[in-house]
Design a binder for this molecule. Structure first.
Ligand SMILES: [Zn+2]
Length: 589
């Protein structure tokens, strides 16, 4: 599989900037520190590499199976990949001892700022007992400087959504904390954490004092809670930086070298600062998350291709319908488990509420301006209407490589798979959602409609490009970890992490490992028009790689759940070396 720049079939020009090689990661990749005089050198026969990975099991993304081999990196690029002994000289060599190396993971759907806030603060989603509650709050206080607020949390979520109930316990948690549990362990931190349904909050003594509220229990509800939450000061820029640093650490820990983010617009300033400080260890593709930002994007020139390989723009995210958890996703037929007073309810629309023609006008305008569209669609009617819109937008604005991103593409009505052909759809889907939601999916929409739910195989066969992601950090009902390994497991097995159901949920929709890996690497790169630069291991591509301690191709999926990433390489630099960095990367709660 030796491919080298300079081979007749590989007219690759490689940017080399040896003097920059030791500079901080992606800053160097962009010539930030070296200026623009970075010479572009025709690389003959691999040349000198700064890093050589030998004795690897290399899955390039260009073939189904991995092969023994080596990868040579110079500056921020892969300069040669081979399986012989003809490897180039290198300043540093890492012996992978047979470990699996794959292209760096590209998580095509994250809410980065929220993930950082949750990781640095208190994640209480799976907490519904005293001891765990105290421990999580105490740990958050330990991480945060004195005086910092501890908010959010969403305690009781897992209990509320647990399976096996008769339905009467749905959406409830018996856990009722009071401030007495946390006052003593949080003397220096104001705390106002909320229950998963956001209808109850718990404040500690410090928070109550700062908010001017008297309450012996610390429990706040209704208007009192709303007003208290409004009074909490916004997180400082320093806090936002710290949250994003924590999120970046989590990405490094899981081999994620690219994220496609939909945080609030001011997150861009956080990225720019981190990049300037040499701390941005994942490439970011950033989408504003509201259609009303079209004008802002046009003003900033954020059309497809804008930005660079570290921080890229060009896509706008919007929503056509709601979500299934609270029955706001829009279906052709009513939900199967509507309460009697809601009989006939089939969900609703989201942005522009009921005025879908205004919604479509905005999409058409954005598309005409050269902005890529990315629309959240959950219910079958929502997905169908979007396909109608894409057809009309194509007619109005003419044919082009628009790569419309159908976000979630969660439940598709069977005839609509056929319509996808020729529309050049990117299915921006999150496999871990499937194994999380299948706990209650059939109850909510029935077995028949569930056949078109998370139907990754059908989407692929319909010609859609699968682009995998995590939806990190999830919702107030579930934490979705950023770990791509969980996503691979879910796509390949369609089982919960406990291995149920034994044959997988609608097993005909399972993917082969190489297909799932492609969706988590090249698929994500394709979704952001970057597949010529990343997503495969080949000469000339950006040197973004993940080395796993487990050969996923040679082990049962159940073993993947214990798999770890040993090295994360981004822009040619080792940004995570588990042997040294694991202690600095506490497991996410
Ligand atoms: Zn999301």
């Amino acid at each position: 599989m030796t491919t080298r720049p300079g081979n007749d079939d590989s007219p690759m020009t490689t940017a080399l900037a040896p003097a920059c090689a030791v500079l901080l990661l992606l800053a160097a990749a962009l010539g930030v520190a070296c200026g623009n005089e970075t010479p572009r050198i025709e690389n003959e026969g691999g040349g000198a590499a700064h890093l050589l990975l030998i004795n690897g099991t290399v899955w390039t993304g260009l073939e189904e199976k991995p092969r023994p081999g080596w990868v040579a990196l110079s500056d921020d690029r892969i300069v040669a990949v081979g399986d012989g002994s003809d490897m180039p000289e290198a300043r540093r060599t890492i012996d992978l001892k047979g470990r699996l190396v794959v292209p760096g993971f590209n998580d095509s759907h994250v809410h980065f700022a929220s993930a950082g806030a949750l990781l640095l603060g208190a994640n209480l989603l799976d907490v519904s007992a005293v001891e765990a509650f105290q421990e999580r709050i105490a740990r958050a206080a330990g991480r945060l400087p004195k005086g910092s607020w501890i908010t959010g949390g969403d305690w009781g979520a897992y209990e509320a959504w647990a399976i096996g109930s008769d339905g009467s316990a749905r959406g409830k948690t018996a856990f009722a904390p009071t401030r007495a549990l946390i006052d003593a362990i949080t003397p220096d931190h104001p705390v106002l954490v909320t229950r998963f349904d956001h209808k109850q909050g718990l404040a500690n003594a410090t928070a109550l004092a700062q908010l001017g509220i008297e309450s012996s229990t610390g429990i706040l509800e209704g208007d009192a809670l709303t007003q208290a939450l409004e009074k909490i000061p916004e997180g400082s820029f320093e806090r936002r930086l710290a949250e994003s640093r924590r999120a970046l650490l989590e990405c490094r820990r899981w081999g994620v070298t690219s994220v496609q983010d939909m945080s609030p617009l001011d997150q861009v300033g956080v990225y720019e600062r981190l990049r300037g400080d040499g701390e941005l260890t994942a490439r970011v593709h950033f989408s504003p998350a509201r259609l009303s930002e079209v004008a802002t994007m046009i003003g900033k020139g954020w059309t497809v291709g804008a930005g660079d390989a570290v921080l890229r723009f060009g896509t706008i995210k919007s929503h056509i319908d709601g979500i299934m958890g609270n029955r706001t996703a829009r279906f052709f037929a009513p939900y199967a488990d509507n309460a009697p007073e809601m009989s006939g309810w089939r969900g609703g629309w989201r942005e522009f509420s009921e005025d879908l023609s205004a919604f479509e006008r905005m999409l058409t305008e954005a598309d005409a301006a050269g902005i890529q569209l990315r629309v959240h669609a959950i219910g079958d009617e929502a997905n169908a209407l979007l396909l109608d819109m894409i057809e009309r937008i194509g007619k109005a604005n003419g044919a082009k490589d628009r790569r419309f991103r159908l976000v979630h593409a969660q439940v598709i009505s069977p005839p609509d798979f056929q319509r996808m052909k020729g529309l050049g759809i990117v299915a921006e889907v999150q496999p871990y959602h499937c194994t999380d939601d299948m706990r209650w999916m059939e109850e909510r929409i029935g077995k028949d409609r569930s056949r078109g739910a998370y139907a990754f195989r059908s989407l692929k066969e319909a010609g859609a490009t699968l682009s995998f992601g995590s939806d990190w950090p999830g919702t107030n009902a579930s934490y979705y970890p950023v770990s791509p390994i969980l996503g691979l497991y879910a796509a390949v097995t369609r089982q919960t992490v406990k291995g149920t159901p034994p044959e997988g949920w609608f097993p005909e929709q399972r993917l082969a490992l190489h297909e799932a890996l492609a969706a988590y690497t090249r698929g994500g790169a394709y979704a952001s028009f970057e597949e010529k630069e990343k997503g495969t291991i080949a000469a000339g591509m950006l040197a973004d790689l993940a080395v796993l301690d487990t050969n996923l191709f040679a082990t049962e999926p159940s073993a993947w759940l214990e798999a770890k990433v040993d090295y994360t390489i981004a822009g040619g630099q080792v940004v995570y070396d588990r042997a040294h960095d694991e202690a600095a990367a506490p497991s996410s709660e």
